[in-house]
Design a protein around this ligand. Structure first.
Ligand code: NOJ
Ligand code: CA
Length: 581
């Protein structure tokens, strides 16, 4: 019942030159020195907090979150116990796709502030021991980028080959599926030069031509520009799609139902990653993660195994992909996380996440956002994320147990993908009522509503009119209220983040699944150098028993989301307990 777009969202569910040259050179030397001496695998111990800047905190009342807003909340971020921030794109952008359409890779989006604001934010993070990972959006640019303006201006322009063009006298190119286009057509005809250009995402996001070495060098220069400012890593947006067979052969009929198979890890992608590593990553102490991990464990290993010299960690969508609009089965969930863990037990490194800015809210999707169970189920899920092997990524607001937006009208939405898909559904006479019902459960705007700081108007996010409606439940779910409540999601999150920090076994320790066929409880151990922890998680709203065969009568309780954990592994609804054996 999922159309290819929805499937992708499940797969997705399922991606200053003002500084003088002396200062740049000094920074560069400093960063190179740091790279030589620093802990090169710090990203394994990282707990990543993802900030969606548009919705985090507005400092100037224009209704849009900004960099000064983030800077004003650095103590809050630090207080969570996280040590790395992944920031969604903040580069200049006309915002067709909220920053994922970059018009200038070396400048800050006007709505978000200035380069001086960025420098201040970065300094504030580093002063607090927080590293910064930036989004790098280079599968495509904005159609407002100077490269594209030049490229489309004439067939002989030097920038023509920065993008993929198909001259119309050759006929229509072989179909390519677009994830965001109203007609799902990734080729857009441009009469100016009588040619089609390729856009896997919206028409305003033309794909860059990675087969052109000049494009690659441009991107490496951009990466160095930010590395020399002192940032700590890149999350590479949609990068698994970057390489293409530029002869654009015909794909078999129906390919779009499984387009990942044709789009992911195209020819030479690994060559480009090796080149990028050599030119950029190897020269700085930067963490690297690409959105998506290909179609198989082998694809993922080929991107991240240390001896490949490509990237540091994989970010695979199979885990979030188990949940659709009708929920998920815990058995599937356990199977997917366990099989990824075992495939990476000896080599390579994974990301662990259940939410991000492209997914619905953690607690609404994987837990239970009713009044009775919201806190306890959010705490159970955060226990899961922070006790698995791999680098945990926590999406802002999930530490408060923020819930889905619950929009009912198409006019409440902002997401370009959703608006275009709605139009598509309308054009083909599809069921718009069902479309909106499903969107209410799974659409990504669910997680993009403004951060709920306190119970003042607009949740303390802005003094103006927010760009996206605030969730009306902000009076009961907000950071200020949770701060005062020792049993809140926020305070529990801090405890589980501390637990991870104090127990290296939770980072590197061997993972073993127990009670595999239990449909209600997820039970596993983590083991390292003689230390063994047992994690019991009840994923259901009814009491359930874990049958692990382990005697826990003498085990030490390290953490639980109920005041006293139950004896005999009888778990109350959504109960989470971590024992030391
Ligand atoms: C993946 C990003 O996470 C998503 O937000 C964006 O719309 C697409 N890539 C296109 O850049
Ligand atoms: Ca603002």
């Amino acid at each position: 019942m999922f159309n290819p777009f929805q499937r992708f969202m499940y797969v997705l569910c399922m991606l200053a030159f003002t500084l003088n040259s002396c200062k740049q050179a000094a920074n560069k030397n400093q960063n190179m020195d740091q790279a030589a001496t620093a802990n090169k695998t710090w990203w394994k111990e990282a707990v990543v907090y993802q900030i969606y800047p548009r919705s985090f905190k507005d400092s100037n009342g224009d209704g849009v979150g900004d960099l000064n807003g983030i800077t004003s909340e650095l103590d809050y971020i630090k207080s969570l116990g996280v040590n790395t921030v992944w920031l969604n794109p903040v580069y200049s952008s006309p915002n067709t796709d909220n920053g994922y359409d970059v018009s200038d890779y070396r400048n800050i989006m006007k709505e978000f502030g200035t380069m001086a604001d960025f420098d201040r934010m970065l300094k504030g993070m580093h002063q607090r021991g927080i590293k910064l990972v930036m989004d790098l959006v280079v599968n495509h640019s904005s159609n407002q980028h100077e490269w594209f303006k030049q490229s489309r201006s004439s067939r002989t322009n030097p920038y023509r080959n920065y993008y993929h063009w198909w001259n119309a006298e050759r006929g229509k190119p072989a179909p390519r599926y677009s994830l965001f286009d109203v007609n799902h057509d990734a080729w857009k005809y441009d009469s100016l030069t009588n040619a089609y250009y390729l856009h896997y995402f919206s028409q305003q996001q033309p794909d860059l031509n990675w087969e052109n070495p000049k494009v690659r060098q441009e991107v490496y220069r951009v990466m160095k520009f930010w590395a020399e400012k002192g940032i700590d890593g890149f999350r590479m947006d949609a990068y698994q799609f970057a390489a293409k067979d530029t002869t654009f052969p015909k794909f078999p009929l129906g390919y779009e139902k499984n387009f990942m198979k044709y789009y992911a890890i195209g020819p030479h992608l690994h060559d480009y990653l090796k080149e990028m590593n050599q030119e950029v990553y190897s020269k700085y102490n930067l963490m690297s993660v690409a959105e998506g991990a290909g179609n198989s464990f082998q694809d993922a290993h080929d991107m991240v195994d240390a001896d490949r010299h490509e990237l540091d960690m994989a970010y695979a969508f199979d885990g979030v992909g188990v949940a659709g609009p009708n929920g998920y089965s815990l058995l599937d969930f356990k199977r997917v996380f366990s099989k990824w863990d075992s495939a990476f037990a000896k080599k390579g490194w994974l990301s662990i996440f259940l939410a991000n800015h492209d997914q619905a809210r953690l607690v609404s999707r994987f837990g239970n956002d009713s009044e009775a169970f919201r806190t306890v189920s959010a705490n159970m899920l955060n226990t899961f994320i922070l006790t698995m092997r791999g680098t945990p990524y926590v999406y802002n607001g999930d530490e408060l147990g923020m819930t889905n937006a619950g929009f009912t009208k198409i006019s409440d939405y902002n997401d370009v993908a959703l608006l275009n898909e709605y139009q598509h559904t309308k054009n083909i006479g599809g069921n718009l009522v069902q479309f909106l019902q499903e969107a209410q459960k799974v659409n990504r705007d669910n997680s993009r509503t403004p951060f709920q700081w306190n119970n003042s108007p607009n949740a303390g996010f802005t003094t103006g009119t927010p760009w996206l409606k605030v969730n009306p439940n902000y009076k009961t779910i907000n950071a200020a209220k949770e701060e005062k409540d020792p049993n809140s999601c926020l305070n529990y999150f801090r405890k589980v983040a501390r637990l991870r920090k104090e127990n290296p076994v939770l980072v590197d320790g061997k993972y073993t699944l127990l009670d595999k066929n239990n449909p209600n409880v997820y039970a596993y151990t983590r083991e390292l150098n003689g230390k063994k922890l047992l994690v019991l998680l009840n994923f259901k709203s009814k009491a359930a028993t874990a049958n692990t065969g382990i005697d826990i009568s003498k085990a030490k309780v390290l953490l639980g989301n109920y005041p006293q954990p139950s004896a005999d592994a009888k778990l109350r609804p959504y109960e989470a307990v971590v024992y030391q054996l």
